[in-house]
Design a protein around this ligand. Structure first.
Ligand SMILES: [Mg+2]
Length: 415
């Protein structure tokens, strides 16, 4: 089998990759839907792929893996990797999990960082509690909920004097929930790392909001918190120690994180070894090599690579196995990995070792994506779990309804 073409279409805001072969089988992958600018990055790899046998996934990946980078630049490579597995699965009539070593679980736990609601009214401990209650009451019955706080999202920029000194927050620093018309490359401006030292009132407010959310969830639903990036290590440790009695699932990306192109494992280690609160990072990191320091030094308790940024499914599996040998858990990131990403996460999570906690439930850029993809279970999530399906490849496909969402320049995408 040989690769004959590589295409990329932006469907809604989502970059979708399609690899075609001379045997009529094609495979799909996607990147996070915050990256509608990704098309030229994907097509950059086309000359490297043409003529290769897509079922030799690793051999193909060896040609392009070195040409990626930390978020957002690893996502094109990762989307291609998923599409290769999709083809390899379809060609062998096996689900991807069989090709990754077989499943160790029949259903996979997911956590909710994707089905979110805007905070009603002004930020306050009460509004955070109310918001968390909405997430708790979702039909999916999520057993772990993740909220953004501190420097993540708009929490700090909505608060007067969160940091000592002036911080120049980006004016476009707003989260888009579901705006059909909005085509902004969301998440590019959002993660300018925060300020210097957190003020005492900023610190107290953060802890009050965390306590208010935890009160709503009790010990029935786990609370994970995404706090950065851009908190200095001493503030990070102060926060971690202040919430030790609250049994938080993890504190994510306090020092580095979203769109920071470096790791700083030693700084994470200084925090992690001094607190019982689990510390987490990794969604922006590209390749297993860049997890080596974090894992070897036991600098975090939980790693959170995003398979659609780190280099793909096999890359994530390797990191999970290596983390497991070193007593570190894995909770893959995935909130805006869309429905192709969701299928990929399910196939991967089925194969991960015992250190697997849950992956972040993926949502699409627009609700109509649920109408154009066939093959997902209905309902998708039951009691916070997704049953692993057995159809070949990713086990999902586009139906005819997808065509009407193709932009003029992508009209031949499904041909
Ligand atoms: Mg995060």
């Amino acid at each position: 089998m040989k690769i004959t073409d590589l295409k990329c279409a932006i469907i809604g805001k989502t970059p979708v990759v399609r690899i075609l072969t001379d045997e009529g089988i094609s495979g799909f992958g996607q990147a996070e839907w915050a990256k509608p600018y990704l098309k030229p990055f994907v097509l950059f790899y086309k000359p490297q792929l043409l003529g290769e046998d897509p079922t030799n996934v690793e051999r193909v990946m060896r040609k392009i893996r070195r040409l990626g980078g930390f978020k957002p630049y690893g996502s094109a490579v990762s989307a291609i990797e998923v599409a290769l597995w999709d083809i390899a699965g379809k060609a062998s009539n096996l689900p991807i999990y069989k090709l990754l070593g077989g499943k160790v679980r029949d259903r996979v736990l997911v956590y909710n960082g994707g089905i979110r609601f805007p905070i009603e009214g002004k930020d306050s401990p009460e509004s955070f509690a109310e918001n968390t209650l909405k997430m708790k009451n979702l039909d999916e019955g999520f057993s772990i909920i993740k909220q953004g706080i501190a420097v993540h999202g708009e929490f700090a920029s909505n608060f007067d004097d969160y940091f000592y000194g002036d911080v120049h927050w980006d004016e476009n620093n707003s989260i888009v929930y579901e705006d059909e018309s909005d085509q902004k490359p969301w998440a590019l401006s959002q993660y300018i790392p925060g300020g210097g030292q957190i003020t005492e009132k900023g610190f107290n407010y953060t802890i009050e909001c965390i306590k208010a959310m935890k009160e709503v969830l009790g010990d029935e639903v786990g609370l994970a918190l995404d706090l950065g990036p851009g908190i200095n290590p001493s503030d990070a440790l102060k926060i971690a120690k202040a919430v030790e009695d609250l049994n938080i699932m993890w504190l994510e990306d306090m020092i580095t994180g979203d769109y920071t192109p470096y790791v700083l494992a030693d700084l994470y280690r200084d925090v992690t070894i001094n607190t019982t609160t689990p510390i987490h990072t990794g969604e922006q990191i590209y390749l297993r090599h860049n997890f080596k320091d974090l894992i070897d030094k036991r600098a975090v308790n939980v790693v959170g690579p995003d398979p659609l940024d780190v280099g793909g499914l096999a890359e994530t599996k390797w990191i999970a196995e290596y983390a497991d040998m070193n007593g570190i858990s894995i909770a893959p990131h995935g909130t805006i990995d869309g429905l192709i990403g969701l299928a990929a996460h399910v196939q991967l999570a089925a194969t991960l070792p015992k250190n697997y906690i849950a992956f972040e439930y993926c949502v699409p850029c627009h609700k109509w994506w649920y109408d154009i993809i066939d093959g997902l279970p209905s309902p998708i999530v039951k009691d916070s779990y997704i049953d692993v399906w057995d159809s070949p490849g990713l086990g999902i496909s586009f139906n005819d309804g997808a065509k009407k969402y193709l932009k003029e320049e992508d009209k031949d995408f499904f041909d």
